[in-house]
Design a protein around this ligand. Structure first.
Ligand SMILES: [Zn+2]
Length: 217
């Protein structure tokens, strides 16, 4: 993907976050896409109305942060350090969707009980990272500890919001969308006695089924 395509992917993703109701009323969010040893990230502006001039590059080594507005500079480490640790990630979205953030402020992991999560590789509960000021060393260290688990691609940030990653921004957005659906549905299920777990072998069965259909397509 060339530089222009990456910028367009960020703008498109920001528009979809808005259109899918994944931005809460304040539109607090930041997102990035990695290319080699650097990343393009929101540097300012309103994510609900993101423009190309609201994006800038920063190095995974922490270089190039001068162009970022303070509220975005505060959270650069939350992106670059995750990319540096997890080379399988190429896109990261942080935002405060209403239902996922309800789990975050209740400090309750989101259970992986909704089949579409499995199809996007999410087959373990989404963990909660202990609270510390956003973007702080302590907060970032907690996120990195959660991402040591290769099965983890999303974390709930206590009393704050969610951070979701994928091989690219498209995968991160797809995961975020389904996670927010799952959070909403789990809350509804509580009125009906609570969500029931999937069978233990469900993930293997879903992956096997996906593989079988992909092989024949
Ligand atoms: Zn936030």
């Amino acid at each position: 993907m060339d530089t222009q395509d990456i910028a367009q992917a960020l703008l498109d993703t920001a528009g979809r976050l808005r259109d899918r109701g994944l931005l809460f009323r304040g539109s607090h969010a930041n997102l990035s896409a990695r290319s080699g040893e650097r990343m393009l990230m929101t540097r300012g502006g309103d994510v609900a109305q993101l423009r190309a001039e609201d994006l800038d590059w920063a190095g995974l080594d922490g270089s190039g942060q001068e162009a970022f507005q303070p509220t975005f500079r505060e959270v650069i480490e939350m992106h670059v350090k995750v990319y540096a640790q997890r080379r399988d990630f190429g896109g990261i979205v942080h935002c405060h969707p209403a239902h996922l953030t309800a789990f975050a402020i209740a400090q309750q992991p989101l259970p992986a009980v909704y089949e579409p999560l499995l199809r996007l590789g999410i087959h373990e509960d989404v963990p909660v990272v202990a609270w510390a000021p956003r973007g702080s060393q302590e907060s970032v260290d907690g996120i990195l500890r959660a991402f040591v688990n290769p099965a983890t691609s999303a974390v709930l940030l206590s009393n704050h919001g969610v951070l979701v990653a994928g091989a690219d921004l498209g995968e991160a957005l797809a995961r975020l969308t389904i996670l927010e659906e799952a959070a909403e549905l789990v809350l509804h299920a509580r009125a009906l006695g609570g969500a029931k777990p999937l069978p233990k072998a469900a993930y293997e069965e879903v992956v096997e089924r996906q593989r079988r259909f992909q092989a024949t397509s």
